[in-house]
Design a binder for this molecule. Structure first.
Ligand code: ATP
Ligand code: MG
Ligand code: MG
Ligand code: MG
Length: 480
């Protein structure tokens, strides 16, 4: 079943159950606490928080998401993309646990000939929060799931909150057992690649107070109006229904992977087994390329452009990682002109604006590749020499010079060093950066007390703030 059809069946199922179909919000989040939308509920936050009256009691959507937090997992697990689509259904003070569980279960196991996904019910596991006896009983008695496949899990996995005082509640996740070829037996707690999480149901029923730690906060009481927020990974369901091993092999991503394999002459899969643990490094790189090229396409499509800060830096990092992965596979010419059009052709059927806007999108992507190629050309000699000289750790002043003179972001230096088995004195690097900032501030102060017209500096500072390279350490958006 093609990904577009997985999506269509989801929306049809929930529309038939009285949900209003809402369009995906753009990737840049309209929310001061987030760079990017990272879950289907983000555009509905004002309704879930009770700040605005929802125009409908139930809604469904397929939301474009970015999770930079998962960037290091890409290609190494079978299930993490930096871009993915989250299919969701939402109840704003309307139905609660029982209907949410029933609706998810029905679509999952309904035969494909009747519009469902037709997954084998005997391979499905459910998790519930430790003390959520109500959800446990619903799975056992209403759905008929054997108790052996209902697992109670703790706060880290099965309790949701926004990280701040407000609504919170237990979750229930659905997993599919892909069988012994994918890993060890024993349920989701033993192996999350064999037991693939495909759907998370969040039951917002409590109000939480201020916390001391991430998972340590008081529950103040029941919410007056209870909500449902669910998220089903579109790519994960597509992978299950297409019988492929991972997200990077579904119809929306595999053509990019194949194009990268053709460019580099690598035979994908020749040296790997189906489980993530058996992956050959070259195959991991091809998956990174497939993921990142698509993510870059979607980000630029939604108006993000490469820069050194915030969203633009996330895009820059994604593009550069894709380009480096291709180079490490042995292809040294510009790669994006060969790959980006393939990603466009995969995604344009669902997002036609990508085709209409491709000239603009590709100009940014190809321009960034050119810039990066010249950065690499200029800095590589210094870096190569330093790597040969260094023992186990690349010194801070090398990282600083690469950054200051050649425009190497620190995480690029860290990644390249790691490929040679070295780490980088990142603490020392940050101290040098801080020192440079201090000097710049003193200069500004000196100028202010001198005869120079400082109005311009003040205006600039007011508009842009002090340049803070923290952007490199805080790339990640908070994950739910
Ligand atoms: P995992 O434990 O596998 O990292 P999660 O618990 O972080 O997933 P949720 O926050 O519950 O994921 O998101 C809801 C659903 O979105 C998941 O059940 C999964 O199907 C999908 N999903 C989450 N993260 C990703 C990702 N990085 N790439 C693709 N799909 C994802
Ligand atoms: Mg996760
Ligand atoms: Mg999980
Ligand atoms: Mg989850």
């Amino acid at each position: 079943m093609r990904t577009a059809e997985v999506k269509r069946r989801f929306l049809t199922h929930f529309a038939a159950a009285g949900h209003t179909v809402a369009a995906s919000a753009p990737l840049p989040a309209d929310d001061p606490t987030l760079l990017f939308v990272n879950a289907g509920m983000v555009p509905f936050k004002p309704y879930l928080l009770g700040q605005r009256t929802p125009p409908y009691p139930r809604a469904t959507s397929v939301q474009k998401c970015i999770r930079t937090l998962d960037i290091d997992e890409v290609g190494k697990t079978t299930r993490h993309g930096t871009f993915f689509q989250m299919n969701g259904n939402f109840s704003f003070g309307d139905y609660f646990k029982e209907e949410a569980i029933r609706l998810a279960w029905d679509l999952t196991v309904k035969p494909q000939s009747e519009g469902g996904y037709g997954l084998d019910a005997d391979r499905i596991w459910a998790t519930v929060y430790l003390d959520d006896d109500e959800a446990h009983a619903l799975w056992r008695d209403v759905i008929g799931l054997p108790e052996a496949r209902i697992v109670r899990r703790g706060k880290a996995d099965n309790f949701w909150s926004m990280g701040v005082p407000g609504p919170c509640g237990p979750c229930s996740e659905l997993y599919y057992d892909r069988g012994p070829a994918y890993g060890r037996e024993g349920g989701p707690e033993v192996d999350e690649d064999r037991y693939l999480e495909f759907w998370n149901l969040v039951f917002m029923q409590y109000e939480r107070g201020e916390g001391v730690g991430k998972d340590d906060y008081p529950i103040l009481g029941e919410l007056p109006s209870r909500n449902i927020d669910t998220g089903m990974g579109l790519e994960r369901m597509a992978a299950l229904l297409q019988g492929v091993d991972n997200l990077y092999e579904i119809d929306e991503t595999r053509p990019v992977l194949d194009a990268a394999a053709a460019l580099t002459g690598i035979r994908y899969g020749a040296h790997s087994g189906p489980s993530a643990a058996e992956s050959h490094p070259d195959d991991v790189r091809l998956r990174v390329v497939a993921d990142h090229v698509r993510t870059a396409l979607m980000l630029i499509g939604d108006g993000v452009t490469p820069s050194n800060e915030g969203r633009g830096y996330v895009l820059r990092r994604i593009l550069r990682r894709a380009i480096r992965a291709v180079r490490l596979l042995g292809y040294e010419d510009p790669a994006l002109p060969e790959l980006l059009p393939v990603a466009r052709d995969c995604m344009a059927p669902s997002y036609p604006e990508l085709a209409a806007d491709f000239e603009r999108i590709s100009a940014y992507a190809y321009g960034e590749e050119e810039t990066f190629r010249s950065t690499l050309r200029q800095g590589s000699t210094l870096l190569d020499r330093a790597i040969t000289k260094a023992g186990k750790r690349l010194p801070a002043d090398t990282a600083f010079k690469l950054h200051d003179t050649y425009g190497f972001p620190i995480d690029l230096t860290v990644e390249i060093a790691a490929e040679h088995g070295l780490d980088v004195d990142v603490t020392g690097f940050r101290e040098l950066m801080a020192e440079q900032r201090r000097r710049a501030r003193e200069d500004t102060r000196a100028r202010k007390t001198g005869h120079a017209d400082t109005g311009l500096y003040r205006t600039l500072l007011g508009e842009h703030g002090v340049t803070d390279w923290q952007a490199y350490t805080t790339l990640t958006t908070d994950s739910t």
